[in-house]
Design a protein around this ligand. Structure first.
Ligand SMILES: [Zn+2]
Ligand SMILES: [Zn+2]
Length: 130
């Protein structure tokens, strides 16, 4: 028999796997609540933490905005709109192996890096008042 925690965790993971939108914990909470009405926001946060520790989910901290979450674990970059807050996956072709490159300048053992690209999404650019 499944316990309640597992059921909630699986639902959170399903929500994240079915969306490409990098939701906030609050958005995830609202989606989970439709199926599990008794869930609390605190429980969602706790389960997200466990899923991150287990390597199923990653957190995307964004300057000046609330954290986003995603189930896409493979390394990729993000395009972040400073106006509406949309977060898009960004597969940059021919990207340089920056970990190895950085390693050549340091005796620090580099395992990963994070780069976010901030700017304005297409929609915000099109809606801009001239
Ligand atoms: Zn935008
Ligand atoms: Zn992503």
């Amino acid at each position: 028999m499944q316990n309640r925690q597992t059921k909630q965790r699986e639902k959170i993971l399903r929500v994240l796997r079915e969306t490409g939108s990098h939701p906030t914990a609050n958005t995830i909470y609202k989606a989970v609540r439709e199926e599990i009405p008794k869930v609390s926001l605190g429980t969602v946060y706790r389960n997200l933490k466990v899923l991150i520790e287990q390597g199923y989910v990653q957190k995307i901290p964004i300057d000046g905005m609330v954290d986003r979450f995603e189930a896409k674990i493979a390394p990729h970059y993000h395009l972040i709109c400073e106006k509406c807050g949309v977060v898009q996956d960004f597969e940059m072709p021919d990207r340089l192996d920056i970990d190895k490159y950085a390693q050549t300048f340091s005796d620090f053992s580099i395992s990963r890096h994070r780069i976010d690209f901030y700017g304005k999404c297409k929609q915000c650019r099109n809606n801009a008042i001239p």
